[in-house]
Design a binder for this molecule. Sequence first.
Ligand code: IPM
Ligand code: MN
Length: 359
Amino acid sequence: MEKKIAVILGDGIGPEVTQQSIKVLDAVAKHYNHKFHYSFGLMGADAIDKTGNPLPDETIELCLNSDAVLFGAIGHPKYDNDPSAKVRPEQGLLKLRKSLQLFANIRPVNTFPTLQHLSPLKAKNLEGVDCVIYRELTGGIYFGAKNLSDDGTTASDECSYSAAEIERIAHLAFKAAQKRRKKLTLVDKANVLETSRLWRKVVQAMASQYPDVTVDFLFVDNAAMQLIVNPKQFDVILTENMFGDILSDEASVITGSLGLLPSASVGNGGALFEPIHGSYPQAAGKDIANPLGSILSAAMLLDHFGLHTEAAKVRSAVQWTLDNSFVTKDIDPVNFYFTSTIGELISDLVQDKIPSELH
Ligand code: IPM
Ligand code: MN
């Protein structure tokens, strides 16, 4: 198989974790006889520094002309603490999602038995946790009209959704539920928000098309609590953009490390793969960040190409490193391995080589 992959290294630890994914994809290509062609584009604070624009047109072009996008991370503290900044790194990612019509963000939440001790939850609440969040990604309050009054004392962000926007992601979520434990939970705030009532109505109406899927509804405040007290009740969680942003960070830490979780953003053709963690600027350039979120995102990319055997191989290599305590500093602050070492190990394992670390 021959594929074009657009790579956006991005900010902070983005470059160093994404380099590990490229190593792993190269190992996959070599072992299974595929060709992956990479082209690099700028986005985020890195792009602002180099071009003044968080998402140069060339990057959009590059992504539109590729079979998938592999992305690192975005964000820089110098913008976070400056509310009046007109240009922000995050605008790049939002615009890219819109340009590629990536309306569904898929975030699987699995626990790793060997990392249970790192979770803020008790072990008994963790067993059997296996859910996936379907977050709407190109609508809602993120993309509504924004306004700041001339005197700077009043601000507004509009939240709107159309039935069509809800339906297209709901279909993906229902189909995912059919392949899993057949349960779909819509998370909303239908007791207060008009948009949430529309979500409920649309999803209720669709349920008859998926008779094998049980649908239930939770208010987002309750869902936030349930994710802590009883996370194993969830199978597929479907929700709007901002609720999904918040809940997926919450869900990710129960696994023990934010550095472990991948995500896929899909829609009308395009597909982008990125770890759910941020740019972690304190660790940038130190070779200590956890590359597994990125490498598991690369596995999702392989699945997207239909390369399921290859994806499974990458996942089992990741599992091997965890089981054998080849972990980064976030997991074991005393006996840890560097980001690049973990990348090499997984590349070796994917090719059935005896890991160089063990020679
Ligand atoms: C995410 C991030 C982004 C979001 C930011 C960087 C714009 O937090 O992918 O979850 O809020 O969607
Ligand atoms: Mn987020």
